[in-house]
Write a protein that binds this ligand. Structure first.
Ligand code: TEU
Ligand code: CA
Length: 536
């Protein structure tokens, strides 16, 4: 892998959902000044980049993923001047800024769509995808038909997501030019990269059963990011692709993307997140091994993440977020973030945030959740439906950050009533309280990131799976030259895990762990115990 590319392995990204991060003007909604107010906190944690979820003008049907003006800031979040101030302060601290680019669809309130829907001969009509009769029975990701009737033209338009998110017609060169211009606008303002929302949806094959990965995908991406003026940017596509397609989309000499998010460790095919997962951390481990090997063989950059704003918390889905919350949060963090790739940490993970439980649908806001509820209301017994909603809702990870234990300020988030109810366990699980505990998730994250920073073998070394027993554990090695790092992770109840024979006191140091009680070199591993050893 070229040096330029390899440098991205030094990145550690913190994902911010600005609406829920910190409110500074007392309207109950997080804002850009709130992000700016916590930059020192991010440095204290040890990250060096931020992925900021959409902060552009938007009517908020899908919380900013429905953009009505790509060159301006959402009123609730502040102004372009606030944004300028934010990026300036970030760069002063060595933090890179990765913006969200939503290029598959706009808001139905975008000027383009407002004009496009007026008449068939409007110059903007061809910016979107129209049909006299739906050519297929594609379903929107958020439920219901993906085709919506438009009275004035007597046609249907395509929306892969909400009705208020019409898909752009990337087959139209003018649309591609518009998106290039938007990218250039922000690039000139100094952004360091883009996280590209559902990028695999931009090319479609209307005869296929899926809406993504159409025949022109790679050509369109090259047209967007292959240009000299933006080649230096870090570009990451949200793409549910596998194998060959991944090699093509982020292969070193393809002039497409730096890397992709792939979701196999979150969603195995056919699994519905509102229902209990049909796979375990053993399956997750095997997926990780597969991708570690695959990306190494093909010189690709990989991304390491468990959480984001679209999923309930990982520790609530796959671990034990009650008695073993600290152990789970730390073991899973070590299991993922010591692998080869670029770590992405979602806000709240660093203090062990967990899912909420609300008994009433009024405590939810997410369009996907509300659609899910409406489609089943009446048909499914209420208690069961609410259990599903609580298990799967994207609102779990979108509840305001719990900075403190102070309920008068919505746990340090806002002096006003927050736009979305705070996490139900925020009294018990908040940053302030976590930091005061002897076993603090935050301090573990700090140590973990410090370990990455200090050890090139963790950032850039090779990966080898050393797991013997295939149940409930993951043992792996990272190596670079003479340097070695061995990670032993137990995600089951207490069990014996034979340490690799090289790990002997004297030759290896115990560098990090989540049960430090004098049994650092023992092969008896407690529930969700993780131990990290470094060669002396
Ligand atoms: O998500 C794409 C996406 O497919 C998700 O909707 C995901 O599959 C789903 O939540 C899992 O059930 C991106 C954004 O991350 C998401 O927030 C947006 O709602 C969506 O695109 C539309 O822009
Ligand atoms: Ca605010």
């Amino acid at each position: 892998m070229g040096k330029e590319r390899e440098r991205f392995l030094d990145m550690v990204v913190y994902q911010i959902y600005p609406r829920s991060f910190l409110d500074t003007n007392g309207d109950g909604i997080g804002d850009l000044n709130g992000v700016r107010a916590r930059l020192d906190y991010l440095c204290e944690l040890g990250v060096n980049a931020v992925w900021l979820c959409p902060c552009y003008k938007s009517p908020n049907c899908d919380n900013g993923y429905d953009i009505s003006d790509y060159r301006d800031i959402m009123d609730e979040f502040g102004t372009l001047a606030d944004w300028d101030e934010l990026i300036k302060e970030m760069h002063l601290r060595g933090l890179r800024l990765i913006m969200d680019l939503v290029a598959n669809h706009t808001s139905s309130q975008h000027e383009w769509f407002k004009k496009a829907r007026l008449s068939r001969d409007n110059p903007y009509h061809d910016y979107y995808i129209w049909a006299d009769v739906p050519p297929n029975d594609w379903q929107s990701v958020f439920g219901g038909s993906a085709w919506e009737y438009n009275e004035p033209t007597g046609e249907y338009y395509l929306h892969s997501f909400a009705i208020q998110q019409p898909d752009l017609n990337w087959g139209n060169p003018k649309v591609r030019r518009e998106i290039c211009d938007i990218v250039d606008f922000w690039a000139e303002k100094g952004v360091d990269g883009f996280r590209c929302d559902v990028l695999d949806y931009i090319s479609k094959d209307f005869t296929a059963d899926k809406m993504y990965n159409g025949p022109h995908l790679h050509e369109y991406i090259r047209e967007l990011f292959g240009r000299e003026n933006v080649r230096h940017l870090f570009t990451i596509g949200e793409c549910s692709l596998g194998g060959r397609d991944v090699c093509d989309i982020c292969g070193e000499n393809r002039r497409e993307l730096t890397t992709v998010f792939q979701f196999e460790h979150l969603r195995f095919d056919g699994v519905d997140k509102y229902l209990p997962p049909s796979f375990s951390l053993d399956d997750v481990r095997d997926v990780l091994i597969k991708w570690q090997n695959f990306t190494a063989e093909n010189s690709l950059l990989y991304t390491l993440f468990t959480d984001n704003h679209d999923w309930p918390y990982y520790i609530s889905r796959f671990g034990n977020d009650k008695e073993l919350r600290y152990e789970c949060a730390t073991a899973i963090a070590a299991m993922f973030y010591l692998l080869r790739g670029i770590p992405f940490i979602y806000q709240g993970q660093e203090y062990g945030a967990a899912n909420s439980y609300y008994d009433d649908i009024s405590a939810f806001n997410d369009v996907e959740t509300l659609n899910y509820y409406k489609a089943r209301e009446g048909g499914t017994p209420r208690a069961r439906l609410m259990a599903e909603v609580n298990r799967g809702s994207r609102d779990n990870s979108r509840r305001p950050m719990a900075w403190t234990g102070d309920t008068a300020t919505a746990h340090g988030f806002s002096t006003a009533k927050p736009w979305l109810k705070t996490a139900t366990r925020a009294d018990e699980i908040n940053l302030e309280k976590d930091k005061k505990r002897e076993r603090s998730v935050f301090r573990f994250y700090q140590q973990l990131l410090a370990l990455r920073k200090e050890n090139e073998c963790i950032r850039r070394g090779s990966f080898a799976d050393l797991t013997n027993e295939r149940k409930g554990c993951f043992v792996y090695e990272r190596a670079l030259g003479e340097d070695r790092c061995i990670v032993v992770c137990n995600f089951d109840k207490a069990q014996e895990i034979v340490l690799p024979s090289c790990v002997k006191e004297g030759e290896f140091v115990y560098a990090l762990g989540n049960y430090k009680d004098g049994e650092e070199y023992s092969s008896r591993f407690r529930p969700f115990e993780v131990a990290v050893y470094l060669k002396k």
